[in-house]
Design a binder for this molecule. Structure first.
Ligand code: SF4
Length: 736
């Protein structure tokens, strides 16, 4: 291990285990604190300057949770109980289960599902393990559910996808920010200060959300469109931009292509039509356009609201079109960005967890990309499988007795029983698998279904890199020893690879893995080759792309911008696109897009729209945060937020149990009556299993490009439920 590592006897500078803000924190040994580590502010890290939300403040409690797995579990008899086993037995059983399935049905009958919380090193190794050791194309991860629509739209428009193409510190210095479908006041509270500072500096904030959230309360203008209509809203704004002569013709001519088609598509969305579709009055639309266009610089930031739709890619494309038409991209303090949700959602797909991608953001279908990565891996490019299925499609194929069914699954750091759309169906698919192995820190609802469960190390017990929402590569350092009985995911993959005939190529030292990752990414869009553990430690993060400069005297192509032959380290790239966009001609692309309805619109039987999201005190499927007493006390269970008029129609009072019913199932949770939500919409948070599981209801209709499911809008009806809890469709075995 490198000498930049802190040892466990002193304070260790590291980062929060949860969301993509990756707040800096310091861990100080303290026998009185949970997990023997006290969390203290680290004000020098620029992104959060010491601030942490409740999840970060209590992250050490998960280390010491009584729910922690500390020995492997195996199910020796089908339908029997999970019982303790040795590591040798558990690993042997997994290797036998995977190879038996492969021998009987072929390599694609074995699937792998990863998580957006895995470090870059783990994501890289899991992708390599799947494609080389298993020879399977069937790998994807829950990061697909996080920001794949923004990734697809960003790639189309700019030629490369990095969540934010600028650092967060630029936000307070721009003139206006449109925040679309993000409630960062709850999801990443320390980020709220950037928007407070923006307003203190005279800038303005527009929040677009069907609910008046904590974030919307901060806004100068809050627009509350019907769920599923953000695309029409963006098109209506672009229509007004054109009609009011606010386009930046010089920028369009010099730095973009495809404007005429995009312009024609937008002009079909006149403001009155947009008001009818979205419910946003025309004067508010005009005001938003004025606020966005009048300052010299402005930004649009999207999150899951517009992205988790079956038209998410087009919706983000429409917001990017607005930026391009007004010259608010590729310039200082202006641009489009996506606020990534999961801790390493960005790095996961950059390094091979996505079904169609190889390390360095190379595409698996590209022969040159296959050639490069195969060379680093020491194999023939023909060995690499073709692109596989997207996350929901993979989950839907589990256990199917068909030639393309996935019969065995290795699941790492993900809990699809709670977090996948149409979750009761996904749970049923997982139950039909011939073999399921899960690596996790607790017995999540998904792990509880497994044939073998491996207890793995987490966060402060291991070292690895994460790539935050700004594209800043960070080092999470080991600060404590794991409980006896736990091993790291890298050790697990090393041991499994060895049992399956790969003695070499799967190291357990994260820095050794990172050095290989750097070589595999060299020359790719997400080029990490110039980033080292030492540099990250010294600079507190390095932004990709960061190519390694050619060694002195080396010959590089004359048009290669890094061809200075000086061996001066590349500084990293905090701000992208200032000179040129990434397509070969250097121009950003407009995409002609038009509004279309959601996959499910309200009907007489299902007259209300359901939207889902997160709350302040819980994170994703809750596998970790539901184990923290303080977080559970703050937000102990699911609820249905509904408007007063709907409550009145139902005869429902605050706290009454409500049944929310969609075409996929029924969920039951107490009522929270609120004026802060549109009259045609209800909201449920998605962190819990059991009868209140919101994802029992959600629609797996997929975006045709990004394959993102439509989590954010489906049609439901709401009824008063019986007062005592009863058996419900899709109820699961909760572990908390
Ligand atoms: Fe952790 Fe995100 Fe909270 Fe920061 S905002 S402390 S990274 S959960």
């Amino acid at each position: 291990m490198s000498e930049v590592m802190s040892d466990a006897g002193t304070s260790t500078d590291t980062h929060c285990p949860y969301c993509a803000l990756q707040c800096g924190m310091r861990l100080r040994p303290n026998a009185e604190a949970a997990g023997g580590l006290e969390i203290v502010p680290r004000t020098a890290f620029p992104v959060n300057r010491g601030a942490l939300c409740g999840k970060g403040q209590t992250a050490n409690e998960v280390l010491a949770s009584g729910a922690r797995l500390t020995e492997p579990l195996v199910r020796r008899v089908r339908g029997g109980e999970l019982t303790p086993a040795t590591w040798e037995e558990a690993l042997d059983r997994i290797a036998a289960g995977l190879s038996r399935t492969r021998a009987r049905y072929g390599p694609d009958a074995v699937g792998v599902f990863g998580g957006g919380g895995l470090t870059n090193e783990k994501a890289y190794t899991l992708g390599k393990f799947t494609r080389l050791v298993l020879g399977s194309s069937q790998i994807d991860y829950n990061g697909r559910f996080c920001m794949s629509s923004a990734a697809a739209a960003g790639t189309k428009a700019f030629g490369v996808d990095r969540g934010l193409p600028f650092p967060m510190e630029d936000i307070p210095r721009t003139g206006c920010v449109i925040l679309v479908g993000s409630n960062l006041g709850d999801t990443m509270p320390p980020a709220l200060r950037y928007f407070t500072e923006l307003r203190e500096n005279g800038g303005t904030l527009i929040v677009i959300d069907p609910r008046r959230t904590k974030t919307a309360e901060q806004a100068d203008l809050h627009l509350a469109p019907r769920p599923g209509t953000d695309l029409a809203l963006a098109l209506g704004m672009l229509h007004l931009v054109v009609a009011e002569g606010r386009t930046d013709e010089a920028f369009i001519a010099a730095r973009t292509s495809g404007w005429e088609e995009a312009r024609a598509a937008a002009m079909a969305h006149w403001p009155e039509l947009v008001e009818r579709i979205t419910g946003v009055p025309v004067p508010e639309l005009r005001r938003a356009v004025r606020m966005f266009c009048e300052p010299d610089a402005a930004m649009v930031l999207t999150a899951r609201g517009p992205e988790q739709q079956a038209k998410g890619t087009d919706t983000v494309g429409a917001w990017i079109n607005l930026c391009l038409a007004t010259g608010r991209a590729g310039r200082p303090l202006s641009g489009y960005g996506c606020l990534t949700g999961q801790g390493n959602g960005q790095g996961g797909r950059e390094h091979g967890l996505k079904a169609d991608q190889l390390p360095g953001y190379r595409m698996l279908a590209d022969p040159a990309a296959r050639e490069h990565v195969a060379r680093v891996w020491g194999v023939d490019p023909d060995v690499l499988p073709a692109p596989g299925r997207s996350a929901y499609e993979l989950l839907d194929a589990l256990g199917r007795d068909t030639p393309d069914g996935v019969r065995a699954l290795l699941l790492m750091a993900s809990n699809p029983v709670v977090s996948a759309p149409r979750a009761a169906h996904v749970e049923e698919r997982m139950r039909s698998l011939e073999f399921l192995a899960v690596c996790d820190v607790v017995l999540s609802e998904s792990a509880a279904l497994a044939d073998v469960v491996l207890p793995v190390t987490q966060w402060a017990e291991e070292t690895g890199t994460m790539t935050n929402l700004e594209g800043r590569v960070l080092l999470r350092r080991k600060a404590a020893d794991p409980p006896a009985g736990c091993r790291s995911d890298l050790e697990v993959l090393h041991a499994l690879a060895g049992r399956l005939g790969w003695e070499k190529g799967f190291p357990t030292d994260p820095e050794e893995v990172f050095d290989e990752l750097r070589r595999a990414s060299a020359g790719g869009k997400a080029d990490y080759s110039g980033i080292t553990y030492r540099r990250i430690a010294e600079e507190d993060g390095v932004f990709w792309p960061c190519p390694e400069p050619p060694s002195p005297g080396a010959t590089a192509p004359s048009d290669d911008p890094s061809n200075d032959h000086s061996a001066t380290p590349h500084p990293g790239t905090p701000r992208m696109f200032l000179d040129r966009f990434a397509p070969p001609d250097g121009r950003a692309r407009f995409t002609p897009v038009t509004h279309r309805p959601s996959a499910e619109e309200p009907t007489a039987e299902y007259p209300v729209l359901l939207t889902t999201g997160r709350v302040l005190a819980q994170y994703q499927s809750g596998a970790q945060t539901r184990r923290v007493a303080r977080l559970n006390a703050a937000e102990p269970g699911p609820f249905v937020q509904l408007p007063p008029r709907l409550a009145e129609r139902l005869g429902a009072a605050e706290g009454d149990r409500l049944a929310v019913i969609s075409r996929r199932g029924r969920a039951v949770a107490p009522a929270r009556i609120s004026r802060d939500i549109r009259p045609d919409t209800v909201f449920m948070p998605f962190h819990w299993p059991g009868e209140g599981r919101a994802n029992t209801l959600t629609n797996p209709a997929l975006d045709p490009t990004s394959r993102m499911p439509e989590f954010k809008v489906c049609a439901v009806r709401v009824e008063l439920a019986e007062t005592a809890p009863g058996p419900e469709t899709g109820a699961t075995t909760g572990t908390t």
